[in-house]
Design a protein around this ligand. Sequence first.
Ligand SMILES: N[C@@H](CC(=O)c1ccccc1NC=O)C(=O)O
Length: 278
Amino acid sequence: MACPMRSIVDDSMGQDGTQLGNEAGMLYGEYLMLDKLLSAQRMLSAESSKPVHDEHLFIITHQAYELWFKQIIFEVDSVRSLLDVEGLDESHTMEILKRLNRVVLILKLLVDQVMILETMTPLDFMDFRHYLRPASGFQSLQFRLLENKLGLKQALRVKYNQNYQTVFGDDPEAMESLHKSEQEPALLALIERWLERTPGLNTHGFNFWGKFQATVNKMIKEDIEAAYREPNENVRKHRLQDAENRREIYRSIFDPSVHDALRSRGERRFVKIKIFGA
Ligand SMILES: N[C@@H](CC(=O)c1ccccc1NC=O)C(=O)O
């Protein structure tokens, strides 16, 4: 594939990709270290002289996951260091947003990638599954690092994953990086700190929160009145229930006791003042 920037930054390359001059620049394959990357697909089924076609897809898919994990960690680490300051330089917020949006798109891509893996049937997988033993997705170090860096708390892991570090026990470097990722401020904590500092919520008598609450109450009251005017009984019931549900959701934000109860069950992570900021 021709690099679109090539003609701007370097005119030593002809349209057909041949080197025109003899500048000591790097070539595509060298720069991307394709010799390493493309020789890292070791099909165990082929090595044991019974090649299973789908093992290649399985390896490539998981390698692609790990490469994208690496990129996400790179972005999240950079955002964390931009946020990990006393007063955030507002000129950094666009860059932070840009990087986090990029992370969201990568995560979507990773979810979509499952479809490709699913072109392999369970029976196809059974043909080479025994070669993988004892490998497991639970051994993905980058996945665990990412969880910690985003802010997943130990107590909120599903029971089966509570001792997620055990599989890395024989690898001191992995254990060290996991420990570090648990100690360092996670993205969630840094965002909370930033929200807490958000100015303007109650300055010069503006009282953002009071205005917000009054507007929500007015909106729900109007919805309920409109629902009562609905002639169809089923639709009326549905709309009333809908308004009630929304009232409950807002109550859980307005009422500190409801909010704290949700937080203690782990169903809400932000403390109240930070929700105000958000
Ligand atoms: N434990 C799984 C294997 C497994 O999960 C796995 C093995 C190698 C590379 C990736 C794996 N899973 C990834 O999500 C099994 O026994 O089928």
